[in-house]
Design a protein around this ligand. Structure first.
Ligand code: SF4
Length: 323
C-alpha cells in the first residue's frame, strides 16, 4: 500500500484450529518450532498467552504502517464452539484494550481477520463506546477468512451484519470453488493460495478468477491477489489474468499523511498505558506459565535498562502469517 510500511502486531499468541482451512496454519507451525525452548517467546508453542507488554507497540512507531493485527493468533479466540472455556481464551476486556490502542495510534491502518466472526459481530455491535468507535473508524478494517464454502460463507454473512467502516474478506487459503457469492457491504477482497513445505493444497485458476470477477461485478470492490502459493511461493508468483492485483479501499489514500502526536505526547501515552498494563494484566492467570526470562526487558525512554516493574519493552522476532 503506497505510503505505508507493512507491520505485524501480536499482543497475544496462540490459537486452535477451527476447520480444515487451518490445517497448514503458518502461526502454529512457527510457534510449535520453539516449544520447550526455555526463554523463547514461543516456549509454550501455540498455547494461548497474553503479551500485554506489547500493547504499546503501535504508539512507538511514528511512521504510517499497515498493521496486520494478531498474525500469530485470532483476536476473537474463544468465539468458536470448540474453543476452550472463556477463562482460557481472549478476554473481552483485552480485545477492548487492543481497540483502545488502535484508536489512540490512529495514524496507522489496522487489518483484523478472524475465523470467529460471530464473536467479532457481537462485540462490535455492542453499545460499548470503545468497540463502537473502533467499528466506525475508517483506519480499522475488520474482516473474515473464507477458504471453504461450508465455514467461510457463513462468516461473510456475519461480517455483513457487523457494524464496521471497512469490511474485508480474505479468500486465503482458497481451497475450493466458492460458487456464487453475495458480496454486498464488502469493501476489500484478498485472494491467495496455500503455501508451505508440508504439501500445500493447490488453488485452481478458475476458483480465483471467479472471485476476482464477482468482486468487480458487485460494485468494483478493490482486489488484492496475494499469491498462487505452493511449495515455492516466490516462484509461483502473484500474476493472474496477465497482471498483478494490488487494489485497496480508497480510504487508504485519503488517510495518507495522518500525523502522529508529538513525541512527548506519545511518550506520555505510552507511560500511562504501561501503568495501566502493570496494574491490569501482568498478573493475569494466562501469564502464569510465563517465566521471568520471557518477561520483557525493561528499558527507560533513553534505552537504559531499569528495574523490573518499570517500562517493559519486548521484541520476539515474529513474522507474517496467513490468517
Ligand atoms: S489459521 Fe487462524 S484460526 Fe486457524 S489456527 Fe491459525 S491462527 Fe487460529
Amino acid at each position: 500500500m503506497d505510503g505505508y510500511k507493512p507491520k505485524t502486531w501480536n499482543a497475544s499468541r496462540g490459537c486452535k484450529e477451527v476447520s480444515d482451512e487451518c490445517a497448514q496454519c503458518y502461526a502454529k507451525q512457527f510457534a510449535e518450532r520453539w516449544r520447550g525452548v526455555v526463554g523463547h517467546p514461543y516456549e509454550f508453542g501455540f498455547d494461548f498467552r497474553l503479551a500485554p507488554f506489547k500493547l504499546e507497540e503501535p504508539l512507538t512507531v511514528p511512521s504510517q504502517c499497515t498493521v496486520f493485527v494478531n498474525s500469530m493468533t485470532d483476536l476473537f479466540y474463544g468465539g468458536d464452539e470448540h474453543d476452550p472455556p472463556p477463562e482460557l481464551c481472549m478476554p473481552d476486556e483485552y480485545i477492548r484494550d487492543i481497540c483502545d490502542v488502535m484508536l489512540k495510534a490512529n495514524w496507522h491502518i489496522y487489518i483484523i481477520l478472524t475465523k470467529r466472526a460471530e464473536r467479532m459481530k457481537n462485540l462490535l455491535n455492542s453499545n460499548d463506546s470503545v468497540f463502537k468507535q473502533a467499528s466506525e473508524s475508517p483506519h480499522i478494517w475488520w474482516g473474515v477468512s473464507a477458504g471453504r464454502k461450508e465455514k467461510g460463507l457463513p462468516r461473510i454473512q456475519e461480517l455483513q451484519k457487523t457494524r464496521a467502516s471497512v469490511r474485508c474478506v480474505s479468500f486465503e487459503p482458497l481451497l475450493e470453488d466458492l460458487g456464487e457469492l453475495d458480496l454486498h457491504n464488502i469493501g476489500w477482497g484478498k485472494i491467495g493460495g496455500e503455501s508451505g513445505n508440508k504439501g500445500p493444497r493447490l488453488m485452481e485458476k478458475n476458483w480465483a478468477r471467479s472471485i476476482l470477477s464477482q468482486l468487480w461485478k458487485q460494485g468494483r470492490i478493490p482486489r488484492h491477489f496475494k499469491q498462487w502459493g505452493g511449495v515455492d511461493k516466490k516462484k509461483s508468483g502473484r500474476e493472474i489474468n496477465g497482471r498483478e492485483y494490488n487494489e485497496y479501499p480508497d480510504i487508504a489514500n485519503e488517510l495518507v499523511g495522518r500525523k502522529p502526536p508529538s513525541r512527548s505526547e506519545r511518550l506520555k501515552m505510552i507511560d500511562d498505558l504501561r501503568t495501566y498494563v502493570r496494574e491490569q494484566w501482568m498478573d493475569h492467570p494466562l501469564l502464569a506459565n510465563v517465566p521471568d526470562k520471557m518477561r520483557p526487558i525493561y528499558l527507560d525512554h533513553q534505552g537504559r535498562r531499569v528495574e523490573k516493574k518499570q517500562l517493559p519493552m519486548f521484541d520476539d522476532n515474529e513474522s507474517d502469517s496467513e490468517q
